[in-house]
Design a protein around this ligand. Structure first.
Ligand SMILES: Cc1cc2nc3c(=O)[nH]c(=O)nc-3n(C[C@H](O)[C@H](O)[C@H](O)COP(=O)(O)OP(=O)(O)OC[C@H]3O[C@@H](n4cnc5c(N)ncnc54)[C@H](O)[C@@H]3O)c2cc1C
Length: 326
């Protein structure tokens, strides 16, 4: 371990682990070790770990639920910070009763490490609408902000419900920024381009009957169970859907934008490289059947990209985030 890492380990204390294997922190269950690994339980710990690594010039990676990443077989150099912050609170409300109905707007604040499913259940149980279609979305609030995670039936992006957030910017300043700061789009936020880390998020939600919210949430879960492989090791969708303009050039029914449709119709469902397989249930999911390596997954990704390009003339872009050394 080099001198700088030793210094960082001293600052972070006994909780910092050396050479921690990372596969266990991802839903794909693949990935080599982190030089140094730190599980941050509070916002103060999270902030201290990042600012200390930056001051020492040590690279760091912010790990949420590990549900959308592919970590290389040789692991991640520098510090990996697991975000285990978990506070949720009602931060305020405004509005009034109208015609006997409570029409208020309610602000809910969540730490960036809060598990999305916990937050969604909390908001539904409080009778607050805006996140109910995200039930079943794996991962943390921070990861959902990074990707502007979404559901399509009914359509809803996590970013739609954001009011403001507290970030640690690249200059180690803690700032409160409005939703517009994140420039949310399809699978997109500014976090993919700048070194900001999300610390907390305030969501703006509307009072709605709890039963109606559970109805939506339960229908989303039924759709997920019917279309996605269950109980498998996977990082969810491998590729982003194609753009509407690309879809217009592809002779598919209704000019679909679905990457899964293209992979399926390229005849690739079930294709394997080692223990990495294109799910026979959902063609955009790659699953680890047992002891797949990251390089098996990369080879499979390249097979998919080449076949879809050859058959449909479009180049698929990855949704999953590749991290570390392969
Ligand atoms: C079975 C399954 C189903 C899925 N279904 C959906 C779905 O319906 N819709 C959808 O959009 N996605 C879906 N996904 C993908 C994934 O769950 C989402 O993208 C999720 O929001 C990622 O969150 P995470 O905490 O796991 O992020 P991670 O995978 O841990 O990290 C992803 C990226 O976010 C960054 N990041 C994490 N926390 C922060 C933070 N606090 N500040 C700044 N950057 C941060 C990381 O550095 C990394 O670059 C699914 C995945 C699986 C396995």
């Amino acid at each position: 371990m080099d001198e700088k890492l030793k210094k960082l380990k001293n600052i972070l204390g006994e909780k910092a682990k050396e050479n921690e294997p990372l596969g266990r922190y991802t839903t794909l269950k693949i990935g080599g070790p982190a030089d140094l690994f730190f599980d941050a339980k509070t916002i103060d710990e999270l902030t201290e770990a990042i600012t200390s690594a930056r001051k020492l010039g040590i690279p760091y990676f912010m790990l949420g639920g590990g549900t959308n990443i592919l970590i290389g077989d040789r692991g991640i150099r520098g510090l990996v910070i697991k975000n285990s912050t978990d506070r949720i609170a009602i931060a305020g409300a405004k509005g009034k009763f109208e015609g006997g109905e409570n029409k208020s707007t309610v602000y809910v604040e969540a730490d960036s490490g809060v598990i999305m499913n916990k937050l969604v259940r909390f908001t539904i149980e409080e009778g607050l609408g805006g996140l109910e279609m995200q039930l079943g979305l794996p991962g943390t609030v921070g990861g959902a902000m990074y990707m502007n995670s979404k559901w399509t039936q009914p359509e809803g992006y996590v970013g739609d419900a954001v009011y403001q957030a507290t970030i640690l910017n690249g200059k180690n300043e803690v700032k409160v920024v409005p939703r517009s700061y994140f420039q949310f789009g399809y699978d997109k936020s500014i976090l993919q381009e700048i070194p900001d880390v999300v610390l907390r998020v305030v969501f703006i939600l509307k009072r709605e009957p709890k039963e109606k919210l559970w109805e939506v949430a339960n229908s989303v879960m039924a759709y997920r169970r019917g279309t996605q492989p269950q109980g498998v090791k996977s990082p969810g969708c491998t590729f982003r859907n194609i753009s509407k303009s690309e879809a217009m050039s592809v002779p598919t029914p209704n000019h679909t934008t679905s990457a899964g449709f293209l992979i399926d119709h390229a005849g690739l469902k079930g294709t394997r490289v080692g223990d990495a397989q294109i799910s026979p249930v959902h063609a955009n999911f790659i699953v680890n059947l047992g002891s797949s390596s990251a390089s098996d997954v990369v080879k499979l990704i390249e097979i998919i990209r080449a076949k879809v390009k050859q058959q449909f003339g479009v180049t698929l872009k990855e949704e999953i985030v590749r991290v570390g050394e392969f």
